[in-house]
Design a binder for this molecule. Structure first.
Ligand code: TXD
Length: 314
């Protein structure tokens, strides 16, 4: 059976890590695209030489030409600028909206049947733009943020309890911003509700750290934002699609009434398989969680409106 083709739009810190992970996992042939001459080509050539060492035979190609996206099964979009210290994700909107517009047009023309995973920030607005400009169905355009935010939540809880991260199940829903919503009521340690293991004030502190974890990495790195964990998170989603393993993951999915929300992307539990976003799962939320989700969703709407203004004035 022919290998699948994964196109990575953006060959920066996350894009390069994505290429590395796709090759190591044998997910398929990889095309790295970027606007910077030589960057995708150099990373592809470098990674290819690891093939004999690690035993992967996938083809790795670097390009500055959208035509090389032809036939991609999956497109993962990290094109854009990343935060610097003191910047919010929303501050990236002006620049990244124009970049995502160009990328969406490239994908629409050259990879019209691809499953598109958007990573670029501000995530919820950029994935909305991607769906609108490609015209792809909601099943084939999804945003990556919740898998990362849930991973951060799981990690901090595991550290607090001194248990394996694999024993902690948790989801962070809502927009990928400071008002993201850790769903404490569905967070467990091997089925044990976390609220029975950790005091409420400590859980408040942990959840506050989760909301600020992206900024914490930016402040430490000073030159950019997190890239290893975002890349692993996006690859998990790509793998769920390519292997049709129907994982239920926190993803930015297009809602049409679920959770009382309509016509916008918000982080919700979604089943990812060969059909892309195959379904959105509606779970029982506490009154506080429901209200927090609505607040987060209203922030997403504001971001989408701001994006429309940026593009209208471009
Ligand atoms: O959870 C999440 N969704 C977030 C997303 C987690 C972390 C980072 N988040 C965002 O991903 C971040 O705020 C950025 O908007 C993207 C990519 O982050 P990365 O760290 O990979 O940024 P880099 O290293 O600057 O790489 C971006 C690349 C860079 O090589 C540019 O030359 C390229 O994007 N770029 C383009 N590629 C294709 N097409 C166009 N037009 C383009 N413009 C810039």
């Amino acid at each position: 059976m022919a290998r699948k083709k994964i196109a990575l739009l953006g060959a920066g810190m996350i894009g390069g890590t994505l290429a590395h992970l796709c090759a190591l996992k044998g997910l398929g042939d990889v095309v790295l695209y970027d606007v910077v001459e030589g960057l995708p080509q150099g990373k592809a050539l470098d990674l290819a030489a690891a093939g004999p060492v690690e035993g992967f035979d996938c083809r790795l190609t670097g390009t500055n030409d959208y035509k090389d996206l032809a036939g991609a099964d999956v497109c993962i979009v990290t094109a854009g600028v990343a935060r610097k210290p003191g910047m919010s994700r929303d501050d990236l909107l002006g620049i990244n909206a124009k970049i995502i517009k160009a990328v969406a047009e490239g994908i629409k023309q050259h990879a019209p049947n691809a499953f598109v995973i958007v990573v670029s920030n501000p995530l919820d607005a950029m994935v909305t733009l991607m769906k609108r400009l490609t015209g792809f169905p909601k099943q084939r355009v999804v945003g990556m943020a919740g898998v990362l935010d849930s991973g951060r939540y799981r990690t901090f809880l595991a550290w607090e309890l001194g248990v394996s991260v694999q024993s902690v199940q948790a989801m962070v829903l809502g927009g990928h911003g400071d008002d993201m919503v850790p769903i404490r009521s569905h967070t467990t340690v091997n089925g044990i509700p976390v609220a029975s293991l950790i005091a409420a004030d400590r859980l408040d502190a942990i959840e506050k750290r989760v909301r600020g974890a992206g900024g914490e990495v930016v402040a430490l790195l000073k030159t950019g934002s997190a890239f290893y964990s975002p890349a692993h998170s996006a690859v998990l989603m790509a793998e769920a699609h390519l292997h049709d393993n129907k994982q239920v993951l926190a993803c930015a999915a297009w809602l049409e009434g679920e959770y009382g929300l309509r016509d916008l992307y918000v982080g919700v539990p979604a089943q990812i398989g060969a059909g892309g976003v195959e379904k959105v799962l509606e779970i029982q939320l506490t009154a506080d969680e429901k209200q927090a989700l609505e607040v987060s969703a209203s922030h997403v709407r504001e971001l989408v409106e701001a994006t429309d203004k940026v593009l209208a004035s471009a």
